[in-house]
Design a protein around this ligand. Sequence first.
Ligand code: 6PG
Length: 253
Amino acid sequence: MAGRRVVVFPSSTELGPVLVHLVTSRAEKAIASHGRFTLGLSGGSLVSMLSKELLALPELDCSKWVVGFCDERLVSFDDPESTYGLYKSQLFSKVNIPDSGILTIDPSLPVNECAEDYSRKLKETFPDDDFPAFDLLLLGMGPDGHTCSLFPDHPLLEETKKTVAPISDSPKPPPQRVTMTLPVVNSARCVAFVSTGGSKATVLKEVLEGREGSAFPAARVVPTRGELFWLVDDPAAASLTIQVERPSSGARL
Ligand SMILES: O=C(O)[C@H](O)[C@@H](O)[C@H](O)[C@H](O)COP(=O)(O)O
């Protein structure tokens, strides 16, 4: 791993622009080196934060972006629970990511087949990689320490072969989902967690500082060769005692 950076902001207002600069700078770098930018998205509060900040950029060209989902809920795209549906209305419909560059699940399939189908789409997109190496994955973390749809104490945490796994007993509704596995997450060139709010303070301390940290799925995200960022706000960071970065306004990562 290139080293973990824990970066703390007063609030989402200051975090958002730095996040979006991380996205665009990694996009530029990726396009310069291999002609496209592969980005994995997560749901939760990230959807509106990322969409708002990207749309505020004066010149955003996403024509060489390939976007996938770190996890997805198995519901139809017009269901308010669909992560794709939220990104479609808040972002995809307003930027020039080609349709062929958006890798979605097929929500009409049963959960096992849906995972296989999504896994096939990833393989077609990353034919040379044992595990798809995304340029950037944006992750959230729940107050229980879950990330993607990898939940504490779940057998999926031990998956070593599949790139995408089905889950039908998600403790957080909806119960049926598909998720990238840890080997995929840890193959990314860059992973950025975005975690805000006081409900994350206790678990964030455990994940970043705790001796038992590895019990939490989010603590098992340690990219083998890539960068790892934790972008958090003051309420989420309230219990941390490790050294953190507090960037001044206009800072870039
Ligand atoms: O599929 C889901 O249920 C959500 O996407 C979930 O995994 C979310 O990413 C985290 O709970 C963090 O959410 P917040 O960033 O909104 O706290």
